[in-house]
Structure formats: C-alpha cells, structure tokens
Design a protein around this ligand. Structure first.
Ligand SMILES: *[C@@H]1O[C@H](CO)[C@@H](O)[C@H](O)[C@H]1NC(C)=O
Ligand SMILES: *[C@@H]1O[C@H](CO)[C@@H](O)[C@H](O)[C@H]1NC(C)=O
Ligand SMILES: *[C@@H]1O[C@H](CO)[C@@H](O)[C@H](O)[C@H]1NC(C)=O
Ligand SMILES: *[C@@H]1O[C@H](CO)[C@@H](O)[C@H](O)[C@H]1NC(C)=O
Ligand SMILES: *[C@@H]1O[C@H](CO)[C@@H](O)[C@H](O)[C@H]1NC(C)=O
Ligand SMILES: *[C@@H]1O[C@H](CO)[C@@H](O)[C@H](O)[C@H]1NC(C)=O
Length: 371
C-alpha cells in the first residue's frame, strides 16, 4: 500500500517535470521566432496547406535550418499559421492540386506585399478536380516543374561538377543478360505508354515490375538497386501523360543509377537531362527504328557505355532544397515586380486547354502496331 503511494508520487513528479520541460522547449522556440521576427530582414514563408502528406512541401520536415546552405539564409518557413500575425508573412504557399477555398479557407487578411504561391508538381491531367477559375487574380507566383514558372521546381537538378565517376567495366555490362525493365503501377494512362510498351514488347524482352507487372520475381523491396541495375541494360522511364515540360522522378532516379533510361514524355530531354544520357522515344519515327537502335546498343558495349560518360561531369540532385533556396532568393530580390496571375486556369492548362496532348497528337509509336 505504502509502496504504491510512493510510486504514485514519483509518477506525479515525473509528469510535472516532463510538462515543464515541454513548456520550456516551446517557450524557447517561440523566443527564437520572436528574435527572428524582431530582426527585420527575416523573410517568413507559410505553408497554408500540406502538399499531399508533406506539411513542408518536401522541403524538409520542420527543419529550422532549411536555408542554411543557401545563398540567402534569412528565410524562415513554417506551417504554423499562428506563429506570427498572418499579414507579416512574406509568402504563403498553396498546393495548387489540393487547395480549394471551401475546405481550406482563405487567409483572413491579405497584405499587398505578400506573395501567394501556386505550387504544383502534378501534371494538369493528374491534378485533383480543383476549379482554378475560382482563383482569378489570387496567385502572385507559380512554383512548378514548368520552365516558365516564377520558381522552377523540378523533380531533379542536373549539376555540373567533376565527380570522379568510374565507368562500369565492359565485363560488368556483359554480365547484364536481361534487356529492359519497367516498374509501373498505373496501367492505363493518358499518353498510352502501355501501347508503346506493348509495341516494344513484341520485339524486345521487357520485364514488368510493380502493380501492372507479372514479375513477382523477388520479394526484395529495393529491387531497383539490388537486381534491376545489375541484370538489365535498359530501364523504361515513361511518364504517364504528355503535358508541357512534365517529367518526374522516374527520369532522375534512373539517371542516378547505372542504367540507360528509355524516356517518353512531352519535354525536350536535351534541356532536362545531361548530354547523351537518355534514349528519347519521340526521336524515332517507328517502333522498328527504336527497337533496332536498342538492339544495336545491346550488342555494342562501346556505344552502350557512352551513355554513362556524362557522369564524369555532372551529377543528379533530387533534393528539393535548391528550390527552397530559389524561393528565398526571390523574396530577397527588391527588383521583383508586383505580379498577379489574372487567369491561373489558362496558365496551368493552356489557353485552349492545349498543354496536354490528346491521344491523336501522340507519337505514332503509341498506335497499335502495325499502324
Ligand atoms: C557534385 O554535386 C553533387 C550534387 O550537388 C554533390 O552531391 C557532389 O558531392 C558534388 N561532387 C563533387 C565532387 O563536388
Ligand atoms: C560477372 O558475373 C560473374 C558470375 O556471376 C561474377 O563472378 C563476376 O564477378 C561478374 N563480374 C562483374 C565485373 O560484375
Ligand atoms: C505517323 O503516321 C501518320 C499516318 O500513318 C503519317 O502520316 C506520319 O508521317 C507518321 N509520322 C511519323 C513521324 O512517322
Ligand atoms: C560499335 O559501334 C562503333 C560505332 O558505330 C563501330 O565503330 C564498332 O565497330 C562497333 N563495335 C562492334 C563490336 O560492333
Ligand atoms: C567533361 O569535361 C571535360 C573538361 O571540362 C571535357 O574535356 C570532357 O569532354 C567532358 N566529358 C563529357 C563526356 O562531356
Ligand atoms: C499579389 O496579388 C494581389 C492580388 O491581386 C495584389 O493585390 C498584390 O499587389 C500582389 N502582390 C505582389 C507583391 O505582387
């Protein structure tokens, strides 16, 4: 009886200590913000909603040193609307594919120095049905993978630097006895990549992994690193829709590895991938031409290896921090004019809704062979 009473007291004490510790932590944090706030040159960025399940837009979860490696380090980003008065934020970031005013409300006050930012990594085909007509003259800046965005937000950056890359040996390429792999979970797509696959599959051995595949070859979770890059020469990095500049992590994840990507998307790959790094489907007039070229590379290891030469001079960076730095830099640039997107719907979809290709505008290679 006595003992349990003692235990009870200890528990209470521990509880009080814990609570005080937590309060002190919270207080210190608030103090830190206040100090930043008093320092007049801090630029505050608010994430108004999450980007899918990331409260911090993939820029790094609640990192308070997000900008420490940037040219401008005086930015501070948070998803806590109450941290400072709403009108003191320099930028408010919205996830364009999810943000609808009914569920997520608008900021109650808007100051004219603030930038409202339309952030979007989805293709216009993949966006949730948010009616962008409701956002006339709402957004000041855009932050997307589109090259004409105010803040370019790509899925990966190509960085020029001397890397000391060592080419794979001829022996290790000879060891790769399988032709091509494809990992895919979305089986029916706007750009008919499944038909392109079907056409290629008539002439090439392509193993399909993921939800659309029949290859339950391995239980290995990291099959890409542990199996595919060791046994296959090519990897299909097909986007799911042909929309202006839309190219995703599929490309950059393949480039990071020692495998040659065969790419299909509505982008000039010369501008988003390093020189001689990919085989772009749209450069070929027919399935036969493409297949012949792949078979040629399969036989000619010297030519095949040329697809890795770029790795000596470039590296791939999929970290989104570069985009956060760019945002901070823009906020620090007093020469940035006032700007507003009167019609964000047109900007995103195209004036005639022509930024995504229709089935009849796609490559001949996506028609059922023989076409
Ligand atoms: C090249 O750049 C990448 C990406 O920023 C970096 O990870 C890597 O360390 C750099 N390599 C060299 C040798 O500087
Ligand atoms: C090629 O495969 C053989 C047999 O699996 C293995 O012993 C050898 O180490 C491999 N060579 C290279 C360079 O990967
Ligand atoms: C695609 O097919 C159409 C109709 O068969 C043909 O007129 C056109 O020249 C083809 N395009 C290419 C690039 O081969
Ligand atoms: C590989 O291709 C190059 C250039 O097309 C050619 O000069 C060479 O003879 C080929 N090598 C083999 C083994 O076919
Ligand atoms: C890499 O850079 C060096 C020097 O800048 C250049 O001589 C070489 O041709 C480049 N290699 C490739 C594959 O671009
Ligand atoms: C942002 O857009 C609003 C709404 O149209 C406008 O009043 C404001 O001047 C713009 N601010 C900047 C900094 O561009």
């Amino acid at each position: 009886m006595r003992l349990s009473k003692q235990k009870f007291h200890i528990a209470i004490r521990l509880f009080v200590i814990l609570i005080s510790f937590f309060l002190i932590l919270l207080l210190t944090y608030r103090l830190y913000i206040v100090i930043k706030f008093v320092k007049k040159d801090t630029k505050f960025i608010l994430y108004w909603i999450q980007m899918w399940n990331s409260k911090t837009f993939g820029f790094g979860a609640d990192k308070y040193d997000l900008f420490k490696n940037c040219k401008y380090k005086n930015c501070f980003a948070t998803h806590d609307r109450r941290l400072i008065p709403l009108n003191k934020f320099d930028a408010i970031v919205f996830h364009g594919a999810e943000y609808d005013v009914v569920s997520y409300k608008r900021p109650s006050i808007r100051h004219s120095h603030q930038r409202y930012i339309f952030a979007n990594m989805e293709s216009p085909k993949g966006s949730c049905p948010v009616n962008l007509d409701l956002y006339a003259s709402f957004y000041n800046w855009t932050m997307t993978y589109r090259k004409d965005s105010d803040i370019f937000f790509p899925y990966g950056y190509v960085i020029k630097n001397k890397t000391g890359y060592v080419m794979p040996s001829v022996e290790s390429i000879k060891n790769r006895t399988l032709m091509a792999a494809w990992s895919v979970s979305n089986c029916y797509t706007p750009n008919r990549r499944e038909i392109l696959f079907h056409n290629l599959h008539l002439y090439l051995d392509i193993d399909v992994y993921g939800a659309c595949g029949s290859c339950k070859c391995s239980e290995d979770k990291d099959i890409y690193n542990n199996y595919i890059v060791k046994h296959y020469k090519f990897y299909l990095a097909f986007e799911n829709s042909h929309c202006k500049d839309y190219v995703t992590e599929k490309l950059y994840m393949a480039l990071e590895r020692d495998i040659v990507p065969i790419v299909y998307g509505d982008v000039d790959y010369d501008t988003v991938a390093p020189p001689h790094s990919v085989i772009a489907v749209d450069r070929f007039g027919s399935v036969k031409d493409l297949v012949d070229y792949i078979l040629f590379l399969d036989k000619n290891i010297t030519e095949y290896l040329k697809y890795f030469e770029w790795k000596k001079n470039y590296s791939i960076d999929r970290n989104k921090q570069r985009t956060a730095c760019k945002l901070c830099e823009m906020l620090n640039d007093p020469s940035q004019p006032r700007k507003v997107y009167k019609n964000i719907d047109n900007w995103w979809f195209g004036e005639n809704y022509n930024y995504c290709k229709d089935v009849n505008e796609l490559s001949n290679l996506t028609r059922i062979w023989p076409y």
